[in-house]
Design a protein around this ligand. Structure first.
Ligand code: IVH
Length: 708
């Protein structure tokens, strides 16, 4: 395909793919299969690789994230981002309406909307293209988070229809419950503090430096306010403007209503107060806005908020019940989490019989006693929490809840790391829930993918003393597991627990042995993740595997070496060192090696243009044409070696923007050449171009292998 044809096809594909994104994410009505969608996306990715200068600013490939943002730029808002005044009962809403009626002596129409519980964002569109996303910040200036926001599929990158040349769309970035739950499960799995609620998770996510990571977290966004210069405003009222925004491709909630009086408003509030638990995301109230723009102008603003709108905040849903007992659960990394068992009580549409007590400090702050009557709340949080104790109802001789000193599962004395709130059981390799938890992590889909061993089967094998660590899995045979069974009690969160039989019948046993066999070819990065080293998640494992190349290199690396790896700080480096300092872990790894697992990074096919062969290159700073990772990959592909620190053996330093001053000083003192990005590109292009036999490329990126 020549360049002209590619240009047409790239534009066509971008449009088709974004159309499917819209059908899928906004309308929830996909019209093609996932497979066909992937085929289109892959075709676009291929073309963009071949013709990098033809990548469109609104290319759907940007939805997967790209470069690392070192620091967010502070940007001044063109129109300040105000907040709303709050009301907490219907009387206050009535007062708001009376105030308005006093000023506007004609009929006033209101729009009632959901009050999305996330973080507000301002999106700028120029000539139909999304150009900038800025957080609220202090209302006057915020952070430019454009790269991260581009990964949110419900935000249009190019608008459809007849839109103004320039305007801003305001809305809320939210984290749906489904994303929140899976992220928190993963965080707990990694020994990280889970997010307290979806709002915090959304706020934390939008400020991540790696937009690829943001893309994985599946944020969503709703628009609720259009802004443009007064003399350019083409709509008469808010409702009209949102309906038009919807036509242009924005995600505008269907749950809004035009209301003529307080009765309609009250109905809307009451309806959503009751139904809000059925939404797949959190709302914390209702926003009531004057619809007409002319009336809004008359009403004006106070210093902080418009006089034409008010937020009605829902009360956090609360119930009162008795504390029956406290369980102490042991996680995969040994962390002890206290969990309150409560007399079952109806709350926000579900029956609650357990609530997390977080840690020892939390219990102490509540001064919790057994048999206490406690308040349980389900506000923004999904997991109910105990917020207060009714001291008037405390029984006279009730016992104070004290934190345990020994592990409830293996009896080991608990310890607490300096500066941390959690107690944990240090008996890593001997404590049953830790052993089972690690094996369950090892077999999980993103790790070794031996999922046929899920749903209680690990427990059965452990109980039968067939497995005590994950290397034992590779000694299992059909004969050893066939016929095993156990009745397991399932807590299905209703009042009654039910039972389930776990059995290893012929087909199951065969599947398991087969999946274990297949897992021997799982790539090194996933094996490293599967080992379950504290704080080493999927992405970190990938970066470590890629940089270090083999398990032996990791075992022999110093903390400093490890900290040279992208995303690896001291905490992770120390955790890795601790893991490999334990002889028992080394023994397990040796057994896994004998079993034939992959402990070395697969060698990528070698590029025939080895123009950097024999060169030791230090990469420093931020680059404009490629991310650091891509540059490093390119160096390797072209036969060069990436080294982290400058020495007399360094061939040259490849310096991007913001190169560290220490590095520059060192390079200068050793007389090492500092090459700019442009010089470097020219150097390798020249070499590749002169190699005319092998040349099939329109530049460097033609030989790059991107990892989408
Ligand atoms: S309108 C001039 N509409 O609530 C005010 N805000 O304190 C424009 N919010 O900062 C805001 N849902 O982050 C508006 N349907 C909605 C909203 C909404 C959530 C947030 C927004 C704002 C805060 C108000």
């Amino acid at each position: 395909m020549n360049k002209e044809e590619a240009k047409t096809r790239i534009a066509e594909l971008s449009k088709i793919i974004e159309g499917h994104n819209y059908n899928y994410y906004i309308l929830a009505q996909p019209t093609i299969s996932d497979y066909d969608f992937d085929m289109l996306l892959n075709e676009l990715i291929d073309l963009e690789r071949q013709f990098p200068d033809l990548v469109l600013p609104d290319s759907p490939t940007q939805r997967v994230g790209g470069d690392i943002t070192k620091e967010f730029q502070t940007v001044r808002h063109r129109y300040p981002m105000l907040s709303l005044s709050n009301s907490y009962n219907i009387e206050e809403v009535k007062d708001f309406i009376s105030r308005i009626k006093k000023t506007i002596e004609e009929e006033v129409e209101f729009v009632c909307e959901l009050k999305f519980d996330g973080i507000s964002i301002s999106l700028t569109y120029e000539n139909g293209l999304f150009v900038k996303a800025v957080t609220r910040g202090d209302g006057t200036q915020g952070d430019d988070v454009t790269a991260n926001v581009k990964t949110i599929r419900t935000i249009p990158l190019r608008l459809k229809g007849d839109f103004p040349d320039f305007f801003e769309m305001r809305g809320e970035i939210i984290m749906p419950h489904s994303s929140f739950n899976s992220i928190n499960n993963e965080r707990e799995d990694l020994g990280l503090q889970p997010f307290a609620n979806p709002r915090n998770a959304a706020a934390g996510t939008i400020k991540l430096q790696d937009s690829k990571e943001v893309a994985k977290r599946k944020l969503d966004q709703y628009c609720y306010f259009m802004m443009m210069d007064d003399d350019k405003m083409i709509f008469k009222n808010h409702y009209e403007s949102l309906m038009a925004a919807k036509q242009w491709g924005f995600n505008v909630s269907n749950f809004m209503a035009l209301c003529k009086n307080i009765e309609d408003i009250e109905d809307f509030i009451n309806y959503w107060d009751e139904k809000r638990n059925e939404l797949p995301f959190d709302i914390d109230g209702i926003v009531i806005k004057v619809n007409d723009f002319r009336q809004r102008e008359i009403l004006g603003f106070t210093a902080k908020s418009p006089r034409w709108a008010i937020a009605y905040k829902f009360k956090a849903e609360e119930a009162h019940t008795k504390l029956l007992s406290v369980d102490f659960q042991v996680g995969r990394h040994g962390t002890i989490t206290p969990v309150a068992n409560l007399e079952p009580v109806q709350l926000a549409g579900t029956i609650v019989k357990r609530a997390t007590l977080h840690n020892a400090d939390f219990i102490e702050q509540l001064d919790l006693h057994y048999d206490d009557i406690v308040s349980v709340e389900k506000g923004g949080e999904i997991i109910p929490k105990i917020t207060a104790v009714d001291l008037n109802k405390r029984k006279e001789f009730s016992n104070k809840v004290t934190f345990i000193e020994k592990c409830p599962e293996c009896g080991t004395q608990l310890i607490k790391a300096e500066g941390e709130t959690a107690w944990y059981c240090p008996n890593t390799l001997g404590c049953p829930p830790q052993i089972k938890g690690r094996i369950e992590h090892f077999i999980s889909r993103k790790a070794m993918n031996i999922e046929s061993l899920g749903e209680g089967k690990v427990e059965v094998l452990f109980d039968n003393k067939l497995i005590n660590n994950y290397s034992d899995l590779y000694d299992l045979t059909y004969d050893k597991i066939f016929g095993l069974e156990k009745i397991i009690i399932v807590d299905n969160d209703n009042l009654e627990n039910t039972t389930r039989k776990v059995s290893f019948k012929e087909k199951t046993a065969n599947n398991i042995i087969d999946a274990i066999k297949k897992s021997r070819s799982v790539p090194f990065a996933r094996v490293l993740y599967a080992l379950g080293i504290k704080y080493v998640g999927e992405t970190t494992a990938k970066l470590i595997a890629k940089t270090m190349g083999s398990i032996d290199n990791i075992i022999n690396a110093s903390v400093e070496d490890l900290m040279e790896i992208e995303e690896v700080g001291e905490k992770i480096a120390l955790s890795i060192k601790d893991f490999f300092a334990d002889e028992r872990n080394i023994h397990i790894i040796n057994r896994l090696k004998e079993a034939g697992l992959q402990f070395e990074q697969e060698v990528k096919k070698v590029n025939s243009n080895q123009v950097l062969s024999g060169m030791n290159i230090v990469v420093s700073g931020v680059f404009s044409t490629m991310s650091r990772d891509e540059i490093k990959q390119l160096i390797e592909d072209l036969g060069g070696k990436n080294v982290s620190s400058i020495s007399s053996k360094t061939t040259f330093v490849l310096a991007g923007d913001k190169m560290g001053p220490e590095k520059r000083k060192k390079a200068e003192s050793l007389g090492i050449e500092i090459k700019s990005e442009a010089d470097f590109l020219e150097m390798i292009n020249a070499d590749i171009d002169s190699d005319s036999d092998k040349k099939d490329t329109a530049g460097v990126q033609g030989v790059l292998e991107f990892d989408f």
